[in-house]
Design a protein around this ligand. Structure first.
Ligand code: AP5
Length: 244
């Protein structure tokens, strides 16, 4: 998803110039619970840094549109707020990371979500002499997460994200960026959002422990205006490049 909080970001392409000038590849994992702002931030920051935004949720929502048994299966997992099984998830995401536009860097949003997925990612990247440069965890309190999810609207065409209170579109129901139609996700009901938060605690918090134990995780406060969070993410990514 691409941020649609027009005017909120203080970042410009020139402010990330050092990364672009050095032509460095930068691979980032952006973690955080449902509604933390991963899609909002990953789209903006990926554009600024010149890398590709890969969101496992967007990949599954595209897959679920197809006319197949697999599509129905994926849709069922998503509607319940459950995770899609690791084998399928790893295959779908790795296939995306193998595409040419990911060779110069990517920001992963929504993956990995289990320790099995994190291990599979490490294994595959190291086989290809690639690696994750920075793992960032967006920290947001639960009441804020639920408020964000219940008011979210998305563009069907370009995935831009809006909020009925925090960042409404200029014209109700239409995307500022491309004019596409806005819709609400089936899994953004209060009941399913709560279920997704419980699944996150059970299956994804151990991934934070996995990365923290290896001293690979940076926490960023995501409970601030969108532009401030973008700036903090930019700094975290720049720091990772200085460490090379
Ligand atoms: P996915 O699409 O990844 O959903 P999620 O992780 O639940 O994350 P969200 O998209 O809900 O939140 P976000 O952090 O991107 O928030 P956003 O930026 O939109 O996954 C959906 C499903 O797919 C899963 O349940 C599962 O079934 C399956 N799946 C996906 N990946 C999988 C995997 N790896 N393994 C297995 N299954 C997988 O922001 C939310 C709202 O807040 C927006 O309205 C936005 O405008 C607003 N907002 C954002 N930031 C701010 C801010 N700073 N201030 C005010 N408002 C803000």
């Amino acid at each position: 998803m691409v941020a649609a909080h027009t005017g909120a970001s203080v970042l410009t392409r020139s402010s990330v110039g050092p990364i672009l000038e050095r032509g460095n590849v930068v691979n980032v994992v952006l973690m955080g619970p449902p509604g933390a702002g991963k899609g909002t931030q990953a789209g903006t920051v990926a554009d600024l840094v010149g890398v590709t935004h890969v969101a496992s949720g967007d990949l599954f929502r595209e897959l679920a549109q197809q006319d197949s048994e697999l599509a129905q299966l994926v849709q069922a997992y998503m509607n319940r707020g459950d995770l899609v099984p690791d084998d399928l998830t790893v295959a779908v995401v790795m296939d995306r990371l193998d595409q040419p536009d990911c060779q110069n860097g990517f920001i992963l949003d929504g993956f990995p979500r289990t320790v099995g997925q994190a291990r599979a990612l490490d294994r595959r990247l190291s086989e290809e002499s690639r690696r994750i440069d920075q793992i960032i965890n967006l920290v947001v309190p639960e009441d804020t997460l639920l408020a964000r999810l219940s008011g979210r609207w998305l563009c069907r065409r370009c995935h831009s994200s809006y909020h009925s209170l925090f960042s409404p579109p200029t014209w109700p129901g239409l995307c500022n960026r491309c004019g596409g139609t806005l819709y609400q996700r089936d899994d953004d009901t209060l009941q399913t959002a709560k279920r997704r938060l419980r699944v996150y605690e059970r299956d994804t918090m151990p991934v934070l422990d996995y990365y923290r134990a290896a001293e690979r995780l940076v926490d960023v406060d995501g409970d601030r205006p969108v532009g401030e969070v973008s700036e903090a993410l930019r700094e975290a990514i720049m720091t990772s490049r200085m460490d090379v």
